[in-house]
Design a protein around this ligand. Structure first.
Ligand SMILES: [Zn+2]
Length: 371
């Protein structure tokens, strides 16, 4: 494929401003990079908040340099491979993990990329002031016709996985990695709090893929919860918080013990009470993993954690090895990505797409851009 010099990209020129489609230079990949023709890029429900609010409420979490090309979850075809890159070829269908790191510290060498001081989300935001150095090398995300990416971030996808499905791997993977941290397996009982949302549905299908015997989904919307249960009626039970205490329900469902693992998947703006209900649903010796957007302070009894030997673990995103596991599970049919309904938009419609996400069909809708 001939690579043009110019491409179309949606760019934010000022904080909180609209995304404008501009003609810009195609990125120039380095020797350790690949260049990808982006075919689909997921829109994160939280993107509008990042664009408008992060610069003021999280000044230590840098945004990409202006004019910024966002786009966290891209998938497409490799069109160029740097001379140092092995194992990837032109034409490979890939998911581009947005995780960018230094790739040389002890954590990176050990494959624990999320411990790297330079940890940065390409096309979204960075986790420390050091992210500004990463953005000098990888300034742009997937809302463009082409993007460059380091080879460590690129994951080949199975032939049956569509680019739109691959563009959902980020949210699925966030929950997947959280469940892996808690060592979920066939004997596990798992509570997914916020089960009908974007993160929560990733938790549901990941818990099923990891073999969890019983999955309990808690959320508000009864109609969406019925659809969650329908994914695997014999393994999933659901509860609406409109119908009473989820803690009481979990106790009833587990013979008074509580669940082995709970994963908190609530969105930004969720109240602290529901976080506490999730924590109080964990059995003695169990694990709660927080991957949620809860940003308010939560009054947790640390004495209770000690007395009950309960672990409260924070988790962000996933490692490249977990991305490979997910693509393998999806390839063999164990990770079922067919539950998602894809709504695709062109680059010119990107602001409409971001605004319309509030009317989505819970986490079942997968909003993507086709650049
Ligand atoms: Zn590192």
């Amino acid at each position: 494929m001939e690579i043009p010099k110019k491409m179309r990209a949606a760019r934010m020129h000022e904080i909180g401003g609209p995304l404008v489609v501009d003609e810009v230079d195609v990125p120039c990949p380095g020797d350790d990079d690949v260049l990808v023709r982006v075919r689909s890029c997921g829109i994160v429900p939280n993107l509008a908040n990042v664009q408008r609010l992060f610069a003021s409420i999280f000044p230590n979490l840098p945004l990409p340099p202006l004019p910024a090309i966002f786009g966290l979850d891209p998938a497409g075809e490799i069109v160029h491979v740097g001379c140092n890159v092995k194992g990837l070829r032109v034409g490979d269908r890939v998911y581009v993990n947005p995780m960018r790191v230094c790739d040389s510290c002890t954590h990176c060498v050990d494959g624990n990329y999320s411990s790297c001081e330079y940890y940065t989300f390409n096309g979204y935001f960075g986790f420390s002031p050091k992210s500004k150095e990463i953005y000098e090398r990888y300034p742009s995300g997937g809302f463009a016709e082409y993007m460059k990416a380091p080879s460590y971030a690129v994951v080949k996808i199975p032939k049956d996985m569509s680019f739109d499905e691959a563009a959902r791997l980020g949210y699925v993977g966030t929950a997947y990695a959280g469940l892996r941290r808690a060592k979920v397996g066939p004997e596990s009982t798992v509570l997914i709090d916020g089960a009908s949302g974007t993160l929560g549905l990733g938790g549901v299908i990941s818990a099923l893929a990891l073999g969890a015997g019983r999955v309990f989904g808690v959320a508000r919307d009864r109609a969406l919860l019925r659809e969650v249960k329908a994914i695997a009626p014999h393994r999933i039970d659901v509860w609406s918080t409109h119908d009473g205490s989820s803690v009481d329900w979990i106790r009833e469902m587990t013979g008074g013990k509580g669940v082995d693992v709970a994963i908190e998947c609530l969105p930004l703006g969720a109240p602290p009470e529901q976080f506490l209900a999730c924590l109080n649903s964990v059995r003695r010796g169990g694990v709660m993993v927080n991957v949620s957007g809860v940003i308010v302070d939560v009054p947790i009894s640390v004495a209770d954690l000690a007395i009950k030997c309960v672990s409260l673990v924070g988790s962000t995103w996933f490692e490249p090895r977990e991305a490979r596991e997910m693509t393998a599970l999806a390839g063999s049919g164990l990770l079922d990505l067919s539950i998602f309904e894809h709504k695709a938009f062109g680059l010119d419609q990107i602001d409409d797409a971001i605004t319309n996400m509030e009317s989505r069909h819970g986490g079942f809708t997968n909003y993507v851009i086709h650049p």
